[in-house]
Design a protein around this ligand. Structure first.
Ligand code: AMP
Length: 285
């Protein structure tokens, strides 16, 4: 089946109905475009699991803060569409902002608890924008499964909570962070980095690994946030939003180090904000 681009929610519902009636599993991969191998790993897995793969392409204004990079966010729809086509996506849902948020749009979906701290604290309102748009995507697509990257681990946990609290009956599949050879997590925002900043960027991964090693060697958990923040600043980051260890299942702050924890970081290189996280377990992800 070749790629079909759909611009309206109604069009998406109509296009998918016969496939659903035919008993095909529908997999959804939400994206904001500017595709890279991280996005494509989600598409790849969705096509393995599902008979029909839908990818969404929508730079969602409500998840950007007022002084954030909504206008500057990289957009290249024709490149994204050919990549989706090449990777076997059946339908791309690429609505306009007006289609997604028509005049009089009045709802916000808020998940409590897991949205607190980390990116929830650094980007007020961000997760409300994410859960609201993803709810609409789920309502329009009615997928059996939806695919998210662990690159945005907190976001994935927020979506899991939303799906479970709203009884949405959608399987949320979280996939490992895809990285450059030097450890930098792939991100559409990496395109903003100057050559000098690009050289500093992999030290976020290096610092998280160093903290994992320190934790395994018995160095106190409480000291790690501060150590990680200083290490990022020493490496050349301009500002650190957070550097924290959290329980990977509950996202709570642990009292002491143990299995099943992740290390989370967000920091700035000039105008570019990078986030990343790794398991502290030392198991291949
Ligand atoms: P975005 O287009 O940035 O909203 O990302 C769309 C999806 O791709 C989200 O589920 C992200 O977590 C996922 N993603 C982004 N970067 C990566 C990466 N480096 N590895 C794996 N998944 C990723």
């Amino acid at each position: 089946m070749s790629l079909t681009v759909i611009r309206s929610a109604e069009g998406l519902r109509r296009a998918l109905a016969p496939h659903r009636d035919a008993g095909k599993l529908i997999g959804l991969v939400p994206t904001m475009g500017a595709l890279h191998d991280g996005h494509l790993s989600l598409v790849h897995r969705a096509s393995r699991d599902c008979g029909i793969v839908v990818a969404s392409l929508f730079v969602n204004p409500t998840q950007f803060g007022e002084n954030e990079d909504f206008d500057a966010y990289p957009r290249d729809e024709s490149r994204d569409l050919s990549l989706f086509d090449e990777y076997g996506v059946d339908f791309v849902y690429a609505p306009s902002v007006d289609e997604m948020y028509p005049d009089g749009f009045k709802i916000t979906i808020t998940v409590q608890g897991v949205t607190e701290g980390l990116c929830g604290a650094a980007r007020p309102g961000h997760f409300d924008g994410v859960t609201t748009v993803v709810s609409k995507l789920f309502a329009d697509c009615k997928p059996d499964a939806a695919y998210f990257g662990q690159k945005d681990y907190q976001q994935m946990k927020v979506i899991e909570r939303m799906v479970s609290d709203l009884d949405l009956n959608i399987r949320i599949v979280g996939l490992p962070v895809v990285r450059e050879r030097d450890g930098l997590a792939l991100s559409s925002r990496n395109a903003y980095l100057s050559a000098a900043h690009r050289r500093v960027a992999p030290s976020m991964f290096g610092t998280m690994r160093a903290v994992a090693e320190r934790l395994h060697s018995g160095i106190d958990l409480d000291a790690q946030s501060e150590w990680g923040q200083s290490a990022l600043l020493d490496a050349g980051f301009d500002r650190v939003d957070y550097f924290e260890v959290r329980d990977a299942a509950t996202m709570e702050k642990p009292r002491e180090f143990g299995p099943g924890m992740r290390i989370f970081a967000a920091a700035w290189l000039g105008q570019t904000r990078l986030i990343d996280n790794i398991s502290a377990d030392f198991e291949p992800e």
